[in-house]
Design a protein around this ligand. Structure first.
Ligand code: CA
Ligand code: CA
Ligand code: CA
Ligand code: CA
Length: 280
């Protein structure tokens, strides 16, 4: 059993009988919802353009909407030592949604979490201060919506949570490998600080890169007009990606992706996401 499954099981045992619809082998409704929210937080700590190829499945208007979410300066993380801290993130999700404080999510609390997860510009992201990553998570959700009905079924959501957990574990292993100075297989306080400083420096560099190009009046922030220019650039870049990806997956060469071709793209994307590529 994976660590996320184990962590979520603790939470879900008492509520399992309530989620009678859960399939064999799938997570319970509550596990899967908390898992998806936790996944969106782990995605939030990344700096890369995860799932950019999902642009191939988006309409122009969807790309515009995603660009609105994405045209914010990335925030510098203050909890970098917990890279891929699934359990800590799960606790944050619970703390936000467990309104009556009984340690589990009842039907109303679950319904609220479910609404927040499926809404674009999700209140979840706003509540957890991750607004600028909502667009990324939306592309990830698209990749796992295999039947393209615009929603994640229990199985689709389980696959998403499993893939993002696998990604998370790979990323954590990479961070440990990079900063484990004394080679004891774990990060002590000093090593964690070095990892945190490196991530913060990376995000700062990213901010500087965006500002250098888009902070036209040089006030160190992105004003509305400057964000418009950034949005325009993002949409143009994603359209270029879309054209390139459609070309790559258009097996019958008719210039468009049919259902089967789109599914092949989604599966390739799922694999890239789980393998931790696209990230940094
Ligand atoms: Ca679906
Ligand atoms: Ca160490
Ligand atoms: Ca400015
Ligand atoms: Ca085609």
């Amino acid at each position: 059993m994976t660590s996320l499954r184990r962590a979520l099981l603790t939470l879900s045992l008492s509520t399992l009988p309530l989620s009678g619809a859960a399939c064999q082998g799938s997570m319970s409704d509550e596990e899967a919802l908390v898992g998806e929210a936790t996944s969106s937080l782990t995605v939030g700590e990344e700096t890369g353009d995860l799932g950019a190829e999902a642009a191939a499945g988006q309409s122009d208007s969807a790309l515009e909407a995603l660009a609105t979410d994405a045209s914010e300066l990335p925030g510098v993380p203050d909890d970098a030592p917990g890279v891929c801290d699934v359990e800590g993130r799960r606790r944050r999700v619970l703390a936000r949604y467990d309104e009556n404080g009984d340690g589990q999510l009842g039907p109303a609390e679950r319904a609220q979490l479910s609404r927040d997860l499926s809404a674009r510009g999700a209140p979840l992201a706003a509540r957890l201060a991750l607004r600028h990553r909502a667009a990324v998570m939306e592309r990830v959700r698209w990749a796992f919506d295999e039947n393209a009905d615009g929603a994640l079924s229990a199985d689709e959501r389980t696959a998403l949570v499993d893939a993002l957990e696998a990604r998370c574990l790979r990323r954590r292993a990479a961070v440990v490998a990079a900063f484990d100075g004394d080679r004891d297989g774990a990060l002590d306080v000093t090593e964690r600080q070095a990892a945190k400083a490196a991530l913060q420096a990376k995000v700062q560099a990213l901010r500087q890169q965006v500002l250098a190009k888009h902070d036209a009046n040089g006030n160190g922030a992105l004003d509305d007009a400057e964000k418009v220019a950034l949005r325009r650039e993002l949409v143009a870049a994603w359209k270029a990606t879309r054209a390139e990806v459609v070309k790559r997956f258009d097996a019958n060469g008719d210039g468009a992706l049919d259902d089967g071709e789109r599914l092949a793209l989604k599966r390739a994307l799922q694999q890239r996401i789980a393998e931790g590529r696209d990230a940094e």
